[in-house]
Every structure is written in C-alpha cells, then in structure tokens.
Design a protein around this ligand. Structure first.
Ligand code: M6R
Length: 620
C-alpha cells in the first residue's frame, strides 16, 4: 500500500530516497516524507499530497538541512488518519531521536497509544504508526533495554500485532537502519559500500541488481557494508538472494506520456512472455509450478479468488475452464470469500489471481482456503511477493512492472495465464484431446500479434471519445466471455475518468437496468463472435436494437467480418477474429483507450494515479 525506502551508504541519502519515492509513488500518493540521520540528529520533512509537495517543502527549508548518509522515506496510502501533513510519515518519537516509516496496520495500536498517553506522551498524529516511534524511544531511554537500539526495536516489534513493514533510525546510531516485516513486503538491495531497503525493487533498481527477499517475521539491520537478518526473537535468520531482471528503463515511461499508455502498448509482449515455455512436445507445462499431472487430474472443482481486474480475468477463466475441463468453477471476490464459509476440500483447486501478490483480501482468502485443505495455485506478476509465497504453487505472469494504478497489461497476462491453467487441467483430466489442446494453444500464440493489430484502434477511440460529448454515465454490455470484458471496461472508466459506469450481462438488461436508458446515453456493447454459439450473437444483436429503440447511442466492439451489427452501431470498432474464448485478450484493448481518452477530456491528466486509489491494496 505505502512505499518505503531506506538507505545507508557514503552518498547523501536525500536524493536517493527522493528518486526511490518517485518510482514507488504508484503504491500510494496521499503524502510523502523523508527523515535523515546526520550530525544534527534526526531531521525530517513531510507533506500531504503528491511527492511534488514534499519537494516544494524541501526547497523551502533547503536540502542542506536534510544532509546525512542514512535516510528513510515513505509515500503513503492512508489507512488510519486522513492524508494530512501531521499524518504523513516519518513519525518522530517524543524525544525527537527515533524516526519511523510504516506500511500496513498496527492492529493493537489503541492499547499501545493509551499506554503512551498514560505515561504522559502526546501523540502528534491520528495514525496507528506513530506509537512505534514512541515505544522504541521509551525502550531505549529506560528499563532493561536502555541504550540498546537493537534490543529496544526487537522488544517493541514483539509487542506489535497486525501487518507491518517498519523502518527505524536513531539519532545515536546514525550508521544503521533497523527494519522488520510481517505480511507486508520488504527487500534488501545490496550495493558496494551502500545498502538499501525497499517495499519493492523499484526503490533501488537504479543502484543495484542484487537483492534479498526476506521471509515472514524478519528483522534486518543494515549498515553501509553489511546486513544482518534476525527473527523477532533475535536469533539469526536468512533471506533469499536474487538478481533483479527488470531494468530501470522497464520502470520508466519509455517515451509515452503515461505509464498506463506505455503498458497498454506492452500488452502483446506481456501475453507472449507469459505463454513462453509452457508448451513443448505437444503438451502444456506448468514448469514453475509444483502441482503434478496426477494432482491436477484429481481436482473436482475450482474456486477463483481475486479482486478488481484480477477478478475479471478470473471470470473469463470460469468460462474457459468449465468449457474445457467440465468441472464447476466458482468465482468469488476475495474480500467476501472467507466470510461466507465456502465449501472446499482437498479436491478443490483455488486459483488466487493477483498482479501485486500483496492484495490483503486475496492473501487472507488464500490462507482461509489452505486452512480448509484446498490446494492454492497463485497467478501472480510479482516475484517473491506474499501470495505466491503462501500458495502451494505459482504460475507467474511475465507482464513486467505495472506502474499505472489501472491494470492493463497485467490483466491480459492474467487471462493468458489462467488459460494455461485451464489447458493444463483439461490435458491432465483428458477432457481435451492432445490435438484440441494444440489447436487452442496455436490460437493463444497467435493472440499477441492480434493484440498488436488491436492497438491500431488508438486514433479511432480518440475520435470517438471526442464526439461523445460530456459523458456522465456509461453502460457496458457483454454476453458469455464478453461479460467480464464489459465489467473490466466499466471499471477502467470509473477509476480513470471518475464517471459512473456499469457492466451488465446484456440479457440481464431487461430485468431492470434498461430503465436507465435514455436519449444519447452511450452504451458499449461487446459483441460475441458470430462464429461462436450462434444464438448468443443474434441475441446481442436484438439487445442492441432494444437499447437503440430507447435512445441509446451504441459503441459496438465486433470482430472483423461481422456485418450483422453494422446497421445498429453509432460507432463500430473492429477487432481481429479469434476463437470466441480469446475475445477478452483483444476486446479489452479499445476499452482501455476509451477510458484513458475520456479521463483526459474530463480533466484527469494523471491517469497513472487516479484519486483515492493505490496500486497494491495491502489492507482489508
Ligand atoms: O494486485 P492485484 O491484482 O491483487 O490487485 C487487484 C485489484 O486491486 C486491481 O486489479 C485493481 O482493481 C486495479 N486498480 C484495476 O485497474
């Protein structure tokens, strides 16, 4: 949710931390702040709003005041306490000697705050985080751990409940940072004569490719030359070293005016890279995965759990898996899953889909599913993140870093990965013959080229959005696998343009939503292939006529050669013909363009960071 950076080295920490925050701003941008440990003790600066506000503040007070080679930084997505200057991180202890930054939630902060208040300590913010700074200062100033920064921090960490990544610096120990993680991410970056900490590798990718992933409940102490990993009880522990294969450029905009636009254009590669290595000698393989064929064959139901766009990718998977594998697939918004007692057992495969691998709702659903004896297969874009770590198996999407808060390339890569799982299941259970699997695979492999063709709709969508006029609401209709596309199109418009939008199965319209139709209301209709279930195509053509008869203006997405829809479209966007189940991989693309264009017309130029949202939602 929040982005955290820590630096200990020989250079000034301020510019390094600011650069890191810039690259991690997608994790949250309600406020930002920095604290440096130097010859003047702890000095900090923080501001509500985007990073630019913090930079203004630093310019005001002078960058020199924040001199020092040890520093921590934070970019916040607010949970406890409004996005104000006071609630921004870092938080300082009552004696000004400890500064902390925090990602997550300290669930027992209320009794801890009461304890501090009883001891006469005044809290300066409404956050749950601030208590950690005061507690460490108290532990350092009095009692058994007095004068011992490490023992003070460890003692406090053992008292905290909830999910947290915490970084502490102390004025008396300006050569080190003590950090800890429980259920939220933290990586170490290992440089030469410098060490980094980050919520993700974007924090230090510019400086080093050598990173260390930390296990659950780890504490790490970094100095410029070394790092030490401990358990919360102070015993020695280890992390997992890895080399980062994303380069800095992959995390930059590459000539596009927004990360989101760049990421839309990366979709052919995202799908192609996700498919690579999963079909050889006529068989679909899940090689990164530890579920064997026999295990796959034994599953008699699938549960899909995910949120937002990942959920929509899972809904597309439901259509594909039920069709190919002939076992029931249930899909559940992850935040609802564990609260309604779903019926699972060891013959249930739970597909947990998450770009970030950090989404708290999905993570908790994974834990619940495992507790019920189900096997969990994660589909994830982020190596080393929590959801794959806690799952029985993982299939990574290879979309690369997705910075835009609105998911685009990760969504398409998820659809492709889900289909790999569907084909592997069908192959293991023998519900598709090897020839059928090979035929579907060939169509999947043809998809990246077709996505590239679909990117050619860019100018058309720009023109359409200009002629739409002022839009205050928009409906999206689909049938079959077009329904998840409609939901995804509506979600994109909501989050980017802040316009009311809803996706419906087109057949459901006459059961209520048709009452919303009025003159000139724009309605997007995703038309199923006329080569699929024939009645589906003709039924949606009837639905289009029903809404046009009531004054709606239709923006129709239909495959090349589908002439039946022509008389009923105010705007007709063509996508390449493909197998009906592959349609989400193509028809979603023009809807991404549409949302971005309408957003800009509505005055939201920063489509990478829509209001109120964060890229990774690490609180329930
Ligand atoms: O990282 P995840 O895939 O678990 O994230 C799930 C949703 O929060 C995410 O897809 C969200 O809905 C996006 N903003 C959609 O564009």
């Amino acid at each position: 949710m929040c982005g955290i950076v820590g630096y200990v080295g020989q250079k000034q920490s301020l510019p390094i931390a600011l650069d890191a925050l810039r690259r991690m701003e997608y994790r949250g941008y309600d406020s930002a702040g920095i604290a440096v440990a130097g010859s003047n003790g702890i000095v900090s600066a923080k501001r509500a709003g985007k990073l630019a506000n913090l930079e203004d503040k630093i310019a005001e007070i002078g960058a020199d005041t924040l001199g020092g080679t040890t520093g921590i930084g934070h970019t916040r997505w607010a949970t406890h306490g409004r996005p104000t200057d006071e609630n921004a991180h870092p938080h300082l202890s009552y004696d000004g000697k400890v500064a902390i930054v925090h990602n997550g939630i300290i669930e027992n902060f209320a009794p801890l705050r009461d304890e501090l208040v009883s001891a006469g300590i005044e809290l300066a913010s409404e956050t749950d985080s601030e208590v950690a700074a005061h507690l460490v200062a108290r532990a350092y100033n009095e009692g058994e751990t007095a004068g011992d920064f490490r023992a003070s921090a460890l003692g406090v960490l053992r008292r905290l409940e909830g999910a947290f990544t915490l970084l502490f610096i102390h004025a008396d120990h300006p050569d080190q940072i003590i950090a800890a993680r429980r259920s939220t991410p933290l990586m170490i970056g290992v440089g030469e004569g410098e060490m980094f900490l980050g919520s993700d590798v974007a924090a230090f990718i510019e400086h080093t490719k050598q990173a260390i992933e930390l296990g659950q409940d780890s504490v790490v102490i970094i100095t410029k030359d070394d790092y030490e990993i401990l358990n919360f009880d102070g015993t020695a522990s280890e992390g997992t070293p890895f080399t980062i294969d994303w380069d800095l450029e992959a995390a930059e905009k590459g000539g596009f005016d927004s990360f989101m636009m760049k990421e839309i254009y990366e979709q052919p590669a995202a799908v192609r890279d996700t498919l690579v290595g999963h079909f050889s000698a006529g068989r679909v393989t899940l090689d990164e995965n530890n579920l064997g064929e026999a295990e796959l064959a034994a599953f008699d139901q699938v549960f899909v759990i995910a949120c937002g766009s990942a959920y929509h990718s899972g809904l597309a998977a439901k259509y594909a898996i039920e069709h190919w594998v002939r076992i029931p697939v249930q899909i559940e918004v992850a935040s609802e899953f564990r609260y309604r007692d779903p019926v699972l057992d060891e013959r249930t495969l739970v597909l947990a889909i998450s770009q970030s691998g950090e989404t708290a709702d999905t993570l908790e659903a994974v834990r619940h599913a495992k507790g019920q004896g189900a096997k969990v297969l994660a589909v994830c874009n982020t190596n080393g993140s929590q959801i794959p770590r806690e799952s029985d198996a993982v299939l990574y999407t290879h979309a690369g870093p997705e910075i835009g808060v609105a998911s685009t390339k990760a969504f398409l890569a998820q659809v492709a990965a889900n289909y790999i799982v569907g084909l592997a299941l069908a192959q293991a259970k023998g519900t598709l013959s090897p020839a059928e699997v090979a035929e579907i695979w060939a169509e999947l492999e043809a998809v990246p080229e077709k996505i590239s063709e679909t990117l050619g709709t860019r100018d058309q969508l720009k023109q359409i959005s200009e002629t739409l006029g002022a839009v205050t609401t928009m409906l999206f209709l689909g049938r079959g696998v077009g329904y998840p596309i409609a939901l995804e199109g509506a979600l994109k418009l909501k989050e980017l343009a802040y316009i009311h939008a809803e996706g419906f199965p087109a057949g459901e319209l006459k059961h209520g939503p048709i009452a919303l139709i009025e003159d000139d209301l724009p309605v997007v209709v995703v038309v199923p292939s006329p080569r699929g279930l024939s009645q589906l195509h003709s039924k949606i053509v009837s639905n289009i006529q029903e809404i046009r008869a009531r004054g709606a203006k239709t923006l129709v997405i239909a495959e090349e050669g589908d002439t039946a829809v022509e008389p009923f479209a105010n705007w007709l966007v063509r996508i390449p013909a493909t197998r009906p189940l592959m349609q989400p991989l193509l028809a979603t693309v023009p809807l991404q363009f549409l949302s971005a264009d309408i957003a800009r017309q509505c005055g939201n130029d920063d489509i990478d960071k829509p209001r109120n949202l964060a890229k990774s939602v690490t609180v329930e």
